[in-house]
Each structure stands twice: as structure tokens, then as C-alpha cells.
Design a protein. Structure first.
Length: 148
């Protein structure tokens, strides 16, 4: 999936999510054999590749609010993502939380904002905890990095 907005934060209710950090224009790949999620994006002149393993995904909630041109995939996490950065030799090296306030490490969930025209992976076959919700869904920006 291309041009996805990736939000790290925490779920505040069934239909709302508080955002600590976000990144636009993210490439997202789902490996159905390993059942891992991979993200790829540039940030502050570096190229990052966070990875979330199947074991760290508690569930996947597909929110499809009526009347909105976006889908939201809310993914509560059991553990932190592995983060890789591309070094000068184009190799991927493990990295720590690169956000200014360690927002990724403070997050208990992530939310993918997906344009409705984008084809979603068939998560329901790979995740028994996949749920679809057509009710309202809102995101709240609650971090200084997002408000500047």
C-alpha cells in the first residue's frame, strides 16, 4: 500500500485514537507468510523501516466510517516495533526510537490512515482477531510535534 499515513499513539475509546506522532507518504507491506507488517519512509534525511511481528499485534480493527473517504486500520500492540535505518552503505541497521520525544516507545497502538481507493490486504484470513467497524472513528492530535 502506498501513500499511507502512519500514526503512533494510543486508543482512548472504541471509536477514538490519540496521536503522538505521525508520518505521511508511508509504504506499507504485509507479508502473509510471516504475518509481519513492514513500513518504509524517509524522515529527516534518513530512510527508516519499522517492522511489526505477528506476535506483537494484539488485533486489527478496520474502521470504515460512513461518509469518509478514508479507512483506518487500528492496531493495538503487545510489543514495540523493530526499527531499522539505512546506513551509508545501503544496509539496514537496528535503530532506537528516532522521534524527538520517544513517541513510538510511548505508543500502545498504531493507526494506518488508508485512502478508500487503496486495496487492503486480506487480514481477516491471517488474524483471527480482525474486526470491522462501520461506526464513527476520530483521531486527536495530542503531541507538540504535530501542532507545529
Amino acid at each position: 500500500m502506498y501513500n499511507i499515513a502512519l500514526h503512533f499513539g494510543y486508543q482512548t475509546s472504541r471509536e477514538s485514537f490519540s496521536v503522538l506522532w505521525k508520518q505521511e507518504n508511508v509504504f506499507v507491506e504485509f507479508d502473509s507468510k510471516k504475518r509481519n507488517l513492514y513500513f518504509d519512509f524517509p524522515y529527516l534525511s534518513e530512510k527508516y523501516k519499522p517492522e511489526i511481528s505477528y506476535e506483537n499485534i494484539w488485533q486489527i480493527q478496520h474502521h470504515q466510517p460512513r461518509g469518509q473517504a478514508k479507512n483506518f486500520l487500528l492496531i493495538p500492540l503487545l510489543g514495540a516495533p523493530r526499527i531499522y535505518v539505512e546506513d551509508h552503505t545501503r544496509h539496514w541497521v537496528r535503530e532506537v526510537d528516532f522521534t524527538s520525544s520517544c513517541c513510538i516507545g510511548q505508543s500502545s497502538a498504531l493507526c494506518l490512515e488508508v485512502p478508500q481507493k487503496e486495496q487492503l490486504p486480506k487480514f481477516h484470513g491471517d488474524f483471527v482477531s480482525y474486526k470491522k467497524n462501520e461506526g464513527p472513528f476520530a483521531q486527536e492530535d495530542n503531541h507538540a510535534e504535530l501542532k507545529s
